[in-house]
Design a protein around this ligand. Structure first.
Ligand SMILES: NC(=O)c1ccc[n+]([C@@H]2O[C@H](COP(=O)([O-])OP(=O)(O)OC[C@H]3O[C@@H](n4cnc5c(N)ncnc54)[C@H](O)[C@@H]3O)[C@@H](O)[C@H]2O)c1
Length: 254
C-alpha cells in the first residue's frame, strides 16, 4: 500500500487516532493537511485551525484547502460527556458539512469517517438515522434534531450510529455520482486522551463487564493502517462499509 502523490486532509490531527493517521500517511508518501481546534504536536505539511462545531468556521477552513484532494479522514470527535448539541455538531453535522463542501475537490478520491463500536446498534434506529441523513445541510439537521431530541445519556452512541448510516446512504450516491468512495471504521476502545471520558460516560460497571470480553484497548497505530487502507487505491472497490477495528468486539455482539 502506498499513498505516494496523494493529498490527504485529516481532521482531529492534533491528537490520538487523527494524529497517528497523519503521521503514518506522511510516512507512506502522502502530503497531509491537518485540521483541528488545537495545534498539532507532530510534523504536518500544512495545518488549518478549525472549530468543527461551527459551519462558518468550516467554510473559512475549506477556503484554505487545495483545489484537489485525494482523501478526507474525519477523525475529530468529542465524547458523550460533552453537551448533546456539541456532540451532534462535531461528530455528525460538522463532519457532514466539511465532507459535502469538499465533494467537488474529491472526485476519484476517498472519505473515511471514524465511527465507533458504540454505533453498532444503528439498525435499531434506522428510520430516524435515515431521516436525519436526508436533511440537506447543517441548519436543517439542527432543525430536525430540535424536533426529534436525542437523550444526553446516549447521544454519543446515537451520532455514531447516525454516522454509520450516513456513510452508507450518502456513500452510495457519492460513488455513483461523483466517483468518491466513502467508508467508516468502527474502533473499539483506543488508548488516546479521550478514553478516560468514555469510561466515565459508560460507567465503571459496563466498562468492567466489557473488559472481561476484550484482550485490551487498541493503540492508535493499530487503527491508523485500516483507515489508510480505505483511503488507498488498494480499496478502490470498497465503499459504503463500516469496518470494525476492535479486536473482535463486533464479532462478540453477533
Ligand atoms: N479513543 C477511543 O476509544 C475511540 C473509540 C472509538 C471511536 N473513537 C473516535 O475516534 C475519533 C478520534 O478520537 P481520539 O480517540 O483520537 O480522541 P482524541 O481526543 O485524542 O482526538 C480527538 C481530536 O478531535 C479534536 N476535536 C474535538 N472537537 C473539535 C472541534 N470542535 N473542532 C476541531 N477539532 C476538534 C480534538 O482537538 C482532538 O485533537 C473520535 O471521533 C472518537 O469518537 C475513539
Amino acid at each position: 500500500m502506498t499513498l505516494n502523490g496523494k493529498t490527504l486532509v485529516i481532521t482531529g490531527a492534533a491528537s490520538g487516532i487523527g494524529a497517528e493517521t497523519a503521521r503514518l500517511a506522511r510516512f507512506q508518501g502522502a502530503t497531509v493537511i491537518g485540521m483541528d481546534r488545537n495545534d498539532p504536536m507532530i510534523t504536518l505539511d500544512e495545518f488549518v485551525n478549525v472549530d468543527m462545531a461551527v459551519p462558518d468556521a468550516i467554510d473559512t477552513a475549506v477556503a484554505a484547502l487545495p483545489d484537489r484532494i485525494d482523501g478526507l479522514v474525519n477523525a475529530a470527535g468529542v465524547s458523550g460527556l460533552a453537551d448533546c448539541d456539541l456532540v451532534a455538531r462535531v461528530n455528525y453535522l460538522g463532519l457532514r458539512h466539511l465532507t459535502e463542501a469538499l465533494v467537488p475537490r474529491l472526485k476519484g478520491g476517498a472519505v473515511v469517517n471514524v465511527a465507533s463500536i458504540l454505533g453498532v446498534d444503528w439498525p435499531a434506529r434506522l428510520g430516524a438515522h435515515r431521516a436525519l441523513s436526508e436533511t440537506q445541510d447543517f441548519a436543517s439537521g439542527l432543525g430536525w434534531l430540535a424536533a426529534n431530541p436525542v437523550p444526553q445519556e446516549t447521544c454519543y452512541q446515537y451520532f455514531k450510529e447516525a454516522l454509520i448510516v450516513w456513510t452508507k446512504k450518502r456513500g452510495y450516491r457519492l460513488f455513483m455520482d461523483h466517483d468518491i468512495r466513502m467508508n467508516a471504521v468502527a474502533p473499539g476502545p483506543v488508548m488516546t486522551p479521550i478514553l478516560g471520558e468514555f469510561v466515565q460516560m459508560l460507567g465503571e460497571e459496563r466498562v468492567a463487564a466489557d473488559a472481561e470480553n476484550i484482550k485490551r484497548p487498541a493503540i492508535a497505530d493499530e487503527v491508523a493502517p485500516p483507515i489508510l487502507f480505505l483511503c488507498s487505491d488498494a480499496a478502490r472497490w470498497v465503499t459504503g462499509i463500516s469496518l470494525p477495528v476492535d479486536g473482535g468486539i463486533d464479532a462478540l455482539y453477533t
